[in-house]
Design a binder for this molecule. Structure first.
Ligand code: NDP
Length: 449
């Protein structure tokens, strides 16, 4: 990757040399460094304090064996990870991902991004992420429980309510968080807010399940209103994925008057021009996690097509990638632009490739980066931590109102930072700058570490 600024080039080259075979991590670092060029030029002391060199090296990277017994009595071995990236502005905070694709590169890219996202929320949370290459698909409930217990038996040494607070991500929902919490409590003999995304009966927050999807739409509504004097109402919308983020993005988009016509899973996509029946999607995907293709068995207006990427060939006004990293390529972006898309907002982490992002920006399409637009989940996780510390629960209305305010605030700090640093309307640059400055100032104030 090439940079105009020689200092940024040296930071990137050093990171690349130290982290070979980690393409996702280097992609995330490269994107942030590129956006920080005007900041580095304006604030030379950042180089003197080696802020970028320190930020691109995690505080700690933990890797551990997770051995557990399957239902047939066989011993299975997986690999567990936790990266504690940066704690300058608060305890490490970020989800756990259980998916066979998980490796050091993916965990480090997610942990690096998470720090900037958490900073944007305005809440006191540092950056972290974790997970395992364990595949929950096809496992029995008892196997999931035994795996979660084995994973937490090791992880519990490194986390705590004021140290590091994990949550869910791909493959980790309320069920897994419940098993993880139970094991932490059993080992440490402490009932505390060590995880977020917990069940409502044991310290979870109302609206946490909905938060990332709802927050995405609050961000999109604010972006459309401020940058185009427009709204989600009557827009044709595509949402990739059909997991936690996608489902609640669709629900809120419909509440705001948008027409969501397609969703996907890792195998294919459904197109329903009459509008997605979100309750039907929930009944198929939540809990039993059946394939999305079953949707067309119940809806005559819908078609199912094999191959998840095909979703981006459908005409739309707004595209919301909510599945996984690098799911939307340059080719997909060209197709969307040709079909008249006017806004793209990321519900997933880094779902658009750098080439796709450049194409959107060159075509003048509104583009919202995930670290800003999908921050609603961690924002409500932050609110869950506050409620746990207070030993108190806010109502759904109170949490939703705070989420709405936080997402509007993130849009404005992103938009304003872009303008201040000469990159007007470039929300990617704005998000990286706004998220970065708060962490950088805290690091300088706290001395060399
Ligand atoms: P889930 O596990 O609930 O859902 C993931 C969904 O994506 C599933 O429908 C899965 O299908 C689908 N999927 C996976 N790969 C592809 C692909 N290549 N193309 C299309 N669909 C695919 O995860 P979440 O909804 O929690 O997370 C989704 C994204 O959002 C991730 O990038 C995550 O990091 C990010 N995120 C999540 C937050 C949260 O609060 N949950 C917060 C912020 C970001 P299948 O079931 O077939 O595998």
């Amino acid at each position: 990757m090439l940079f105009a600024d020689s200092y940024l080039q040296s930071v990137y080259d050093r990171t690349a040399a130290r982290n070979p075979n980690e393409p996702e991590f280097l992609q995330a670092v490269g994107e942030v460094l590129r956006c920080l060029e005007p900041v580095i030029q304006r604030r030379p002391e950042l180089q003197r304090h080696a802020i970028l060199e320190r930020m691109t090296e995690p505080d700690r990277f933990l890797q551990f064996r997770v051995a557990w017994q399957d239902d047939s009595g066989n011993i299975q071995v997986n690999r567990g990870y936790r990266v504690q990236f940066n704690s300058a502005i608060g305890p490490y905070k970020g989800g756990l991902r259980f998916h066979p694709s998980v490796n050091a590169s993916i965990i480090k890219f997610l942990g690096f991004e998470q720090g900037f996202k958490n900073s944007l929320t305005g809440l006191p949370m540092g950056g972290g992420k974790g997970g395992s290459d364990f595949d929950p698909k096809g496992k029995s409930d008892s196997e999931i429980m035994r795996f979660c217990q084995a994973f937490m038996t090791e992880l519990c040494r490194y986390i705590g309510p004021d140290t590091d607070v994990p949550a869910g991500d791909i493959g980790v929902g309320a069920r897994e968080v419940g098993y993880l919490f139970g094991q932490y409590k059993r080992i440490q003999n402490q009932y505390c807010g060590v995880l977020t995304g917990k069940g409502l009966s044991f310290g979870g927050s109302l609206v946490r399940k909905e938060a990332t999807g709802y927050g995405l739409l609050y961000f999109v509504e604010e972006m459309l209103s401020c940058m185009k004097q427009d709204s989600v109402k009557q827009k044709t919308i595509l949402v990739s994925g059909s997991g936690n983020v996608a489902i609640y993005a669709v629900e809120k988009a419909q509440q705001l008057g948008g027409n969501v016509v397609a969703m996907s899973d890792s195998k294919g996509y459904i197109y329903d021009p009459a509008g997605i029946d979100i309750e039907l999607v929930k009944s198929i995907r939540e809990g039993s996690r059946q394939p999305l293709s079953r949707y067309v068995e119940h809806r005559t207006s819908a078609q199912y097509t094999e191959g998840c990427r095909g979703i981006w060939s459908l005409p739309c006004d707004i595209a919301l990638p909510c599945a996984t990293q690098n799911e939307l390529s340059a080719q997909d972006a060209e197709q969307l632009i040709k079909n008249g898309v006017s806004a793209v907002a990321e519900g997933a982490n880094m779902p658009c490739t750098p080439e796709a992002v450049s194409l959107f920006q060159q075509a003048g399409i509104l583009y919202a980066p995930g670290k800003a637009s999908n921050a609603g989940g961690v924002a409500v996780s932050g609110l869950e931590m506050s409620q746990n510390s207070l030993r108190y629960s806010w109502t759904a209305g109170e949490v939703d109102q705070k989420l709405h305010q936080i997402m509007a605030g993130i849009f404005h700090s992103t938009f304003d930072a872009a303008k201040e640093y000469g990159a007007e309307n470039d929300l990617l640059t704005g998000a990286n700058i706004a998220g970065f400055l708060k962490i950088a100032d805290a690091m300088i104030a706290q001395g060399v570490y």
